[in-house]
Design a protein around this ligand. Structure first.
Ligand code: NAP
Ligand code: F7E
Length: 330
């Protein structure tokens, strides 16, 4: 018990937070996290509830917009590692709630860094930066990498760029161990079902089972580089294990359009996606990020990281999840 490493995770109840907790507990870490108050108590720890690690995590109420809660916890815990995963993480919704998105995703990071600086300056800090920061920008050879300039196309992306720069600034100004993981899209059966992969898969299964007739989507012609969350949380840990704070792109290097995603998912269920997929205006964005394909050579070389779960395995895992979900219900 004596030499147990301590990790503090914001956004612990999210997709990545829940996988990261499991991963670190298996590595013998003591894991702390903050959750927000929810008026439906049963929803408070939804993703953590059924995990056998639930009892091993120490949860407190907290919010990255509430500096007092952060100060109290960091002063007491003095974690070895801090993973700042808290965010309003839905890009399209960031156009509906830009102020809340900016407060959490930009000012929330400022609160975390200030709290770290004054209460636990020896902690290593990981910031959940995003490929959404690249926006319109693609290098000539069709990839985005650490040196590609940022041209964000959403309130979400703009807030993440602010946070990215602040993290670098605190690294240089105060000599703190502050690192950015620039993660491309990553999915799993724990992904929110209003993100495109899980929305397409859940709906395709519902159509197969006769629960639903059509699937309404927005832009079918944007491209994304999709990996598995389990591979990406390993990268977060490696980034903090590295001997110096730095910034790393984490991506598979493969890109597919939403249309291709639909074809693959529906084909797997012996359905013709063209019969069921319709476009609806309300799912379009005021500005779209059209194309993402990440070059993660730096992480592969320096951190010895590479993705282990293929796109096809991920799609199968997510499809099986929804089939089992509906089988249990009937
Ligand atoms: P997620 O499932 O949406 O989880 C986000 C978590 O943040 C939720 O538990 C949420 O709590 C919490 N949260 C929101 N606002 C908060 C606040 N003000 N204070 C404290 N907690 C707050 O997202 P994810 O997919 O796990 O992503 C994790 C992080 O990586 C996010 O920062 C996201 O922006 C970033 N990222 C994600 C991807 C991706 O493809 N998944 C790619 C690049 C970067 P509630 O449950 O109470 O809402
Ligand atoms: O959209 C298109 C949509 O919402 C992917 C977040 O984790 O990754 C994620 O952001 C694409 C876009 O993810 C629908 O227009 C079409 O081109 O699954 P998404 P995202 O916006 O790429 C980045 C890296 C993050 O950091 C974010 O936190 O799919 N699309 N029709 C649709 N998208 C949604 N959600 N719903 C549709 O109906």
């Amino acid at each position: 018990m004596f030499n147990m490493k301590k990790a503090f995770i914001t956004g612990i109840g999210g997709q990545d937070g829940s996988y990261l907790s499991e991963y670190l507990i298996n590595k013998n870490y003591k894991v702390y996290g903050i959750i927000r108050r929810n008026s439906v108590v049963e929803h408070q720890k939804n993703r953590l509830e059924n995990l056998n690690i639930n009892k091993k995590i120490e949860l407190s109420y907290g919010d990255v917009e509430d500096r007092t809660s952060l100060d109290n916890l960091l002063k007491k815990i003095k974690p070895d590692e801090i993973y700042n995963l808290a965010a309003q993480s839905h890009v399209r919704i960031s156009f509906d709630v830009p102020e809340y998105t900016i407060k959490t995703n930009a000012l929330g990071v400022f609160n975390m860094l200030e709290s770290l600086r004054f209460n636990s300056p020896k902690s290593k800090f990981y910031q959940a930066s995003s490929s959404e920061m690249f926006g319109r920008s693609v290098d000539k050879n069709g990839y985005q990498r650490e040196t590609t300039k940022f041209e964000p196309t959403s309130p979400y992306g703009c807030a993440k760029v602010f946070a990215f720069n602040l993290v670098k600034h605190y690294r240089h100004a105060y000599k703190l161990f502050c690192a950015n993981g620039i993660l491309f899209n990553h999915e799993s059966s724990r992904r929110g079902s209003n993100f495109v992969t899980n929305k397409v898969i859940k709906s395709a299964v519902e159509i197969k089972l006769g629960i639903k007739k059509k699937l309404y989507l927005g832009n079918l012609d944007s491209f994304r580089d999709w990996g598995h969350s389990k591979d990406y949380i390993r990268a977060m840990h490696l980034i903090l294990k590295h001997n110096k704070p730095d910034d790393f792109v984490i991506a598979t290097g493969q890109t597919r359009s939403i249309r291709q995603l639909c074809k693959i998912v529906f084909d797997n269920l012996n359905l013709d996606y063209k019969k069921y997929v319709k476009q609806q205006k309300k799912f379009l964005r005021p500005e779209e990020l059209k194309y993402l394909k990440g070059d993660s050579s730096k992480a592969r070389k320096v951190l010895n990281w590479k993705p282990e779960i293929s796109f096809e395995q991920m799609i199968n895992e997510m499809t099986d999840f929804w089939i089992k979900y509906y089988n249990k219900k009937t």
